[in-house]
Each structure stands twice: as C-alpha cells, then as structure tokens.
Design a protein around this ligand. Structure first.
Ligand code: PLP
Length: 240
C-alpha cells in the first residue's frame, strides 16, 4: 500500500508540473483535500502533513468528520505540529433545510446554484451573525442531471446574489463530466474560465471574486492548465 504522504506528494508534484507548463505560480492553486472516502485516521494523517483545507460533499458527513477533527485538535496532539486550524469546504449539493447546519462549520460553500438557496444562506447567516463565503456553481457540461446554474444565466444570478448583504460571492465552481475524453473536460474548464474572467471584467462582482474551483482526481491537471485556483481532490490521495 502506498502511503498517504507519498500520494499527496505526487499530487503536489503533478500540480507543480501543470503550473510550470502554463507559467503559473503553484502558490496560486489551493488544494482542498476531499475526505468523504477517507477513514478518520487518514484524515488526521493529512492534517499532520500540514494540509488544512478539507472538503465534504454531504452535510451529515461534514458535521461528523468536522466534530471528530475538532476533538483531535483538543486532544494530546493538538497544539503540537498541527496546522493552527482546519478550513472546511462544503463542496456538494446543499438543500435549503440544511443551510443552518452548515453555516457554523463551513469556511467556503462551493455549491450555490439558485437564488432561493442564496437567500436562505443570507437569512440564516444574518440570524447567526455570519457572512459566509460562497461560490456560484455553474453547469458547464450542459448535462441536464448536473447541478449548477446554466452558463447563460450565471451573470444574472451573480448580480442578484451580490445584493444579499450576509454572504460574500468569491468565485465560481464547476464539475466536468466523468469521461476519459479530455477534450470534453477541457471545454468545460475553458467555459468556466472565460465566464470567470468576463464576470470580473464586467464588474458585476466584487474585488473578492477571485476563486475558480474546478478539478478533481481525474482531471485536476487540465483544471490547473485552465486557471483553477482551488482543486478538490479525494481519491487520488485516499483510494487504494
Ligand atoms: C467527491 C468530490 C470531489 C473529489 O472527487 P475525487 O474524484 O475523489 O477526487 C470533488 N468535488 C466534488 C463536488 C465531489 O463530490
């Protein structure tokens, strides 16, 4: 069995190579370690290695694992060589009735794709005196079963979200379809990158609109080449 430290080093090396190919600074690319498939000991190992951005796609799992990790920080190892704290990323589809559970935990919500969800986050956040950071999830693959706002409706939705005082829209998120066809994947990431640049250019969004979350285990090299600032990687680190 290959150790997690080796797997994560390989991922980091692959990110660096992809950055070098397109003249990007690897420091511009944040790795979110997706823990949904991992045993809790493996998650702790990743934290010991210095990684502090972790992602979950389901609310119950986010609650459970974040509580276990909070206990870990309270325990004997806390305060030693561990990072100061962990930032949790909610990367999966979010139902409106689960918003109040997520807000106290999440550092960044990647999956805002309707005005109704944004409004629910805004209302709940006001009650909790929070102003969470969110990404607008766009459907760049035109697959009807995928979550995300269609590309053509994204700018208008962003404008509406910008009017809500208790959340901060800081970028876009997208998922490419699961396919071995790299051209299909790249097309999705190019579309997201173009939309990202266009929205920034048109000044519909604030100056804090700086993040482009795209790229998973199977496609993160392409995502880096097309401008991703956040990668969400699980199985390349934990599987096998
Ligand atoms: C599971 C998941 C990932 C990570 O997928 P891997 O293929 O395991 O790297 C990224 N983004 C979302 C939204 C996910 O649900």
């Amino acid at each position: 069995m290959i150790k997690i430290s080796e797997r994560i080093k390989r991922v980091k090396d692959t990110i660096s190579s992809a950055c070098a190919r397109v003249g990007r600074d690897p420091g511009e690319v944040k790795l979110v370690v997706v823990t949904k498939s991992a045993a809790i000991e493996a998650v702790k190992e990743v934290i010991r290695l210095g990684f502090s951005d972790l992602g979950e796609n389901r609310v119950q799992q986010l609650k459970k694992v974040s509580a276990q990790i909070a206990d870990f920080f309270q325990g004997p190892e806390g305060g030693s060589d561990l990072p100061k704290n962990v930032s949790w990323h909610m990367i999966g589809h979010l139902q409106r009735n689960k918003v109040s559970l997520v807000l106290p935990i999440a550092f960044l919500i990647h999956s805002v794709d309707t005005l109704r969800l944004a409004e629910e986050i805004n209302t709940s956040a006001a009650k909790l005196n929070l102003c969470p950071k969110v990404l607008l999830q766009v459907n760049t693959s035109n697959e009807p079963q995928k979550y995300g706002v269609p590309i053509g409706a994204a700018t208008h939705l962003a404008e509406q979200i910008e009017t809500l005082p208790n959340l901060k829209l800081v970028g876009l998120m997208t998922m490419a379809p699961l396919t071995h066809n790299k051209n299909v994947v790249r097309t999705c990431f190019v579309r997201a990158g173009e939309l990202f640049i266009e929205m920034r250019g048109e000044k519909i969004v604030s100056r804090q609109f700086t993040e482009l979350s795209m790229g998973m285990s199977s496609d993160y090299e392409i995502a880096v080449e097309e401008g991703a600032t956040i990668l969400r990687i699980g199985s390349a680190i934990f599987a096998g």
